[in-house]
Design a protein around this ligand. Sequence first.
Ligand SMILES: Cc1cc2nc3c(=O)[nH]c(=O)nc-3n(C[C@H](O)[C@H](O)[C@H](O)COP(=O)(O)O)c2cc1C
Length: 188
Amino acid sequence: MNAIQALSKRVSVAQLTGPDLTPDEEEKLFLAALRAPDHAWMRPSRYLTVRGDERQQLGRLFLESTDNWQTLAEDKQTKLLNMPMRAPLIVIAICTVTDHPKVPREEQLLSTGAGVQNMLNAAYALDIGAIWRTGDVAYNRKIAAGLGLKDNEEIVGFVYLGRVNTTPKPVPELAISDFVQSWPIKSS
Ligand SMILES: Cc1cc2nc3c(=O)[nH]c(=O)nc-3n(C[C@H](O)[C@H](O)[C@H](O)COP(=O)(O)O)c2cc1C
């Protein structure tokens, strides 16, 4: 697949399955992620991988870090426990935010987000299914601490990766003219 095709046709895949990604595939994904643009070469991004039985440990962390989890309805508890089981591999994208005279926090987070997007595009080009997820679990500081994040580190996304055994959804047809205008905009 050529690059333009991958960039313009990529879709997220929510339902993912094994077999596991190969070491070579994983290396390609991380090489792509590490090519994210990065103002002042701060290298704000790092990634954790969670796979195999460790996904159950992550599910327990999701559940037990949720406020008043013991009183949650059983189906909600099960949902949190099973979240990491939705794919054979989860990559947790983390931004280490530090003070810099020219690079505000937002730009550091954007750089990690660009790394995630590079990974999604590379996955699509390699025929690997992927989806970027956040939700409450991404912003819960107890979960961050349980993963070993420092106070200045933020979860930018959980990237779920695996094999595709469903028909991918169609690419939405968006009209460029609805999103792109020449400036100055002429009043009609
Ligand atoms: C920062 C971010 C967080 C997201 N979090 C979730 C999420 O928690 N759950 C979810 O189903 N989709 C989430 N999405 C959306 C999916 O990743 C995906 O983009 C969406 O399903 C549309 O599919 P597409 O990428 O094929 O257009 C998130 C997207 C972004 C950019």
